[in-house]
Design a protein around this ligand. Structure first.
Ligand SMILES: [Zn+2]
Length: 150
């Protein structure tokens, strides 16, 4: 079954990501190393994307929605999203991925609209921007802080 690729705005992504079943896939190339990135995003550079698709399936297990982006989501983001969608269609295994989307206006649009970014060097980013912190862990963090100062 071919999955269609749809577009999602930065604001919509923020609300969707609260469900914690969403993975953000950054396909920018070397720019990621000198620009920031969306907190919690994976990095699969477009230059080596085709070869790393099986790895991407493993890295996103348990997620049902993947959102791709590059700098502007004009060329690399949509083309990697389509390539991955085709790859899943041809794969015999069920990856559990139901939606493949592209972030409108890419990383640049995300940053300009004031959404949280991360500057770490981890791959994948373990950053827990406001976006990716599930409610349960927020309480846990507060409990730990209170316990530490108490
Ligand atoms: Zn990070």
């Amino acid at each position: 079954m071919a999955r269609s690729v749809s577009y999602v705005s930065a604001a919509k992504l923020v609300s969707m990501a609260r469900g914690n079943r969403v993975a953000v896939i950054d396909v920018r190339d070397e720019e990621r190393s000198y620009q920031a990135h969306i907190a919690g995003s994976h990095h699969f550079a477009s230059g080596s994307f085709a070869a790393r698709m099986p790895e991407l399936v493993r890295a996103t297990s348990g997620k049902d929605t993947l959102v791709f982006h590059c700098a502007l989501s004009q060329v690399r983001g949509p083309s990697c999203a389509r390539m991955f969608s085709d790859y899943l269609s041809e794969s015999k295994e069920d990856s559990g991925i139901k939606n493949i989307m592209v972030l409108e206006r890419g990383y640049n649009g995300w940053e300009i609209s004031g959404q949280p970014v991360c500057h770490c060097k981890d791959a994948p980013c373990k950053g827990r921007g406001v976006v990716y912190l599930p409610i349960g862990s927020t309480f846990l963090v507060i409990a730990i802080i209170l316990w530490t100062i108490g």
